[in-house]
Design a protein around this ligand. Sequence first.
Ligand code: ATP
Ligand code: MG
Length: 481
Amino acid sequence: MKKLGKKSPAEKGDNKRSEGGAKGWLKRLFSSAPKQTTAHRNGDEPLVFSRSEHPISRRQMSRNAVKVLNRLNQAGYESFLVGGGVRDLMLEREPKDFDVATSATPEEVKEVFRNCRLIGRRFRLAHVHFGREIIEVATFRSGQESSQSDQKQTEDGMILRDNQYGTLEEDAWRRDFTINALYYNIDGFSVVDYTGGVADLEQGQIRLIGDPEQRFREDPVRMLRAVRFAVKLGFQIEKQTEAPIRPLGNLLEQIPQARLYEEFLKMFQAGQALETFERLRHYDLFRYLFPMTDKVLAEEEGNFPHTFLMRALENTDHRVAEGKPITPAFLIASLLWELVRQRAEASQDTHHETGQRLPENVRLHRAGQDVLRQQRKSLSMPKRFAIMAQEIWELQPRFQRRGGRQPYRFMETPRFRAAYDFLLLRAEVGEVDEELAQWWTDFQEVNASEREKMSSSVKGEGKPRKKRRRRRKKPAVQATE
Ligand code: ATP
Ligand code: MG
């Protein structure tokens, strides 16, 4: 470990892979060097870890990321791999994506790469496209306010726009957590650490850079990110970072509904939805994502809705672990189900002609619409997923109809599978008969003649009702609905 500046021979191409796990190399590093924990102040020289002191090799990186780094360097700009890519490689985990930080402005990046698009207003970025892979290239930001800067803040200190460019050092200090502010320099293969990120990796800590309260105020989504990284890496949120989370949670109410949705996906689709949910509840943050659900859970803690939701999240986690596809619609359907179910059950809405209580699927439809409308005020999802969640709810009563051709027709509908998975969860927690769920499981698995037998021998549902043709009088006036 040494200070930035001169290059050691080790940095210039020692490509030996270190042995042992992340813990192994981190331990070795810290047993031989003085531990740096609090000495990282803005303005200090960074620590530089040479090739033999960290486990990152170019071979673990996306070839396209390597290309971007090299091309920017050749064009005379500084460029580094940064963020989750470096953090995960340091822990010997496989990164989800590779982000690049550079001294080139977005426009300059665009001049270097033909396959480049500039995006974002709040935070202007260059996306370099390689087929389906996108390498995100961000210009160094200063994070400092100045009168002519392109940074905008609200009265609460929230940053609305942050396009004030800066140096590498400034860029490090404006990042969220120390472990996310490590830079890999492909020119020399070293890792540059301004904020103490390597020490925090070693200690398994999520620590905000700078004053935690101020940093959470600047961007309240950092609270959700703290939870996400803690769960993902199995880390602790460091005490001073943790302290303001509960008191400041309500700042999440100011975050645009679509941004919360994006964060929700990252948190709940990464394979640890159940743990994330529990941690969010622990910090009382879940209510800012799903306020109505949080309320039902608070009222009925330990009872059914909690169990149902936990099973649903566990189920999602299993699917992720097995590499099976998941859809946000199923998560949303699960998270809002108890509300929809209760509303539909309580609804006394009647048919405008017959005066009879509306059938269950229609009540579910209306309840679903109401719940989604309210939900959208805090966290809103794309329309297609909202529609699919509604279909999952509305189709539930259809599983009760097993006679004649009905199950055949149902099985062919596009939403059958998702609705069936949902039914299984309901059966698991005792909301519908196990026998019903088992029937549908069997029905899908057996051969044609078995199916015939099954659908004709359902007790009380033997034959489908014959449709009676009713003569309708033409309404005297045009219906206004
Ligand atoms: P992953 O991609 O594995 O989810 P990540 O750390 O790469 O994790 P990104 O959202 O891809 O997360 O962001 C890339 C980097 O940008 C982060 O590591 C961090 O340095 C910086 N960053 C992202 N969001 C913020 C934020 N809200 N405030 C400050 N810095 C941020
Ligand atoms: Mg990333």
